[in-house]
Write a protein that binds this ligand. Structure first.
Ligand code: BDR
Ligand code: CA
Length: 317
C-alpha cells in the first residue's frame, strides 16, 4: 500500500512511469497528486503531456499541479526535445484536445507541502525530473522532509558519464542547486536510480522492437509516444545503442526492489561549480567526508526481469 506524489517533466519515459504507478492501484497504490516542473520541455507542455497521459489511462481525476517554470538559478535553456520530440511526447497525433481546465489552481510546491502535512509519514515521493519543486518545498517548510515516508529519485550519476553534458545527468544538470539542496536536506530514506544504472540495464534493440509489437491499448500508447525515438534511430543521430527508459525503470524498482541486484548506501552531493562537471553527482564511496549515507543507490538492475516486467505491463489490457 503506497500513497504517491509523482513529480514529473513529462516526456516519454515520465509518461510510462506515470502509467506504471497508476497501474498499481489494484495493489492498493494511490496517486494523490502529480506535480509538474520545467525540464524535458517547458512547463506548459509538461502539463499538457501529463494530462494527455492521464486521459489515456482514464485517470483524469488525479490532480495535476503547475510547478516551477525555471530552475533556481537558470543557466541552460535547452530541454530534451531532441530525444522526446518537439512536444516532449513523441510528436504523436491525438484525436482529442487537451483539457487544460483540469490543472489545479494551487501551486505544485504548496500542494506538496500541504499533502505531506496531511499525510505525515505516509507519502512516497517519486521524482522523475529536475528537483526544483522539491527544493522549493524543502526551503519553504522545515517539516516537509521529516514528514515524508520515503523518496525515489531518478537522476544523478555514479560514474561521471553524462547524458547531457560530458559528466552530468539531465535532471541534475538542469537544476544543480535544487539537486544539491535535496540531497543535503532530505532526512527520510532516499533511493536513487541513476543514469549509469539505466545504461547498465539497457534492453537490446531486438527486445525493444518486440515490445512495440504487443497489441494492447497500453502498448499502442507506448508505440505512439516512442515514434520520435524511431526517427532518431533511422536518422542515425547519436544515440546510445539499445533501449532504456530511465523514469519507467525507476518506477519499476519502486514497486519491486528485487529488480535491483545491488544497492550501495553512501553520501552523495552535487558539483555546482566545475567548468566541465557542473551538475555531476559526486559520491563519497569510501566515507572520506561523511560516514552518514544520505542515499541508497541502485547499482545494477536485473535486465531480464526488467524486460519481463515491461512486457507484462504492456500486455495487460
Ligand atoms: C532523465 O532525463 C529526462 O530526459 C528523462 O525524462 C529522465 O527523467 C534521464 O536522465
Ligand atoms: Ca523525466
Amino acid at each position: 500500500m503506497k500513497k504517491l506524489i509523482i513529480d514529473v517533466d513529462t516526456g516519454v519515459d515520465d509518461a510510462m512511469a506515470l502509467l506504471h504507478c497508476i497501474g498499481q492501484s489494484k495493489a492498493g497504490t494511490e496517486v494523490l497528486a502529480i506535480t509538474c516542473v520545467n525540464g524535458n520541455v517547458g512547463l506548459d507542455r509538461v502539463l499538457r503531456n501529463t494530462l494527455r497521459t492521464l486521459q489515456y489511462a482514464d485517470k483524469s481525476n488525479i490532480p495535476v499541479y503547475r510547478g516551477a517554470v525555471k530552475p533556481l538559478i537558470p543557466w541552460k535553456t535547452e530541454g530534451a526535445t531532441h530525444f522526446h520530440g518537439n512536444d516532449g511526447l513523441g510528436d504523436a497525433k491525438w484525436d482529442t484536445p487537451d483539457d487544460i481546465s483540469l490543472i489545479q489552481s494551487e501551486h505544485a510546491v504548496h500542494a506538496l507541502i500541504r499533502l505531506v502535512k496531511e499525510h505525515p509519514g505516509e507519502i512516497t515521493l517519486v521524482t522523475l525530473a529536475p528537483l526544483t519543486n522539491i527544493a522549493l518545498a524543502l526551503q519553504l517548510d522545515e517539516t516537509f522532509s521529516s514528514n515524508l515516508k520515503e523518496v525515489m529519485i531518478m537522476g544523478g550519476n555514479i560514474e561521471g558519464k553524462g547524458n547531457v553534458s560530458l559528466s552530468a545527468e539531465f535532471n541534475f544538470h538542469v537544476d544543480p542547486e535544487a539537486a544539491a539542496i535535496v540531497l543535503q536536506d532530505l532526512k527520510c530514506p532516499v533511493t536513487m536510480v541513476t543514469w549509469e544504472t539505466c545504461i547498465h540495464s539497457t534492453i537490446s534493440e531486438e527486445d525493444y522492437e518486440k515490445l512495440l509489437l504487443i497489441q494492447t491499448p497500453r502498448a499502442e500508447f507506448f508505440r505512439k509516444i516512442s515514434d520520435n525515438r524511431q526517427h532518431l534511430i533511422s536518422s542515425k543521430k547519436k544515440l546510445n545503442p539499445g533501449f532504456r527508459s530511465c523514469d519507467w525503470f525507476a518506477a519499476m524498482v519502486l514497486f519491486d526492489e528485487s529488480l535491483c541486484l545491488e544497492y550501495i548506501s553512501a553520501h552523495a552531493s552535487v558539483e555546482l561549480q566545475g567548468r566541465f562537471t557542473r551538475g555531476q553527482m559526486v559520491v563519497d564511496w569510501l566515507g572520506r567526508w561523511s560516514d552518514m549515507p544520505n542515499v541508497k543507490i541502485a547499482m545494477r538492475l536485473d535486465r531480464a526481469r526488467l524486460l519481463t516486467t515491461m512486457r507484462d505491463f504492456l500486455s495487460q489490457e
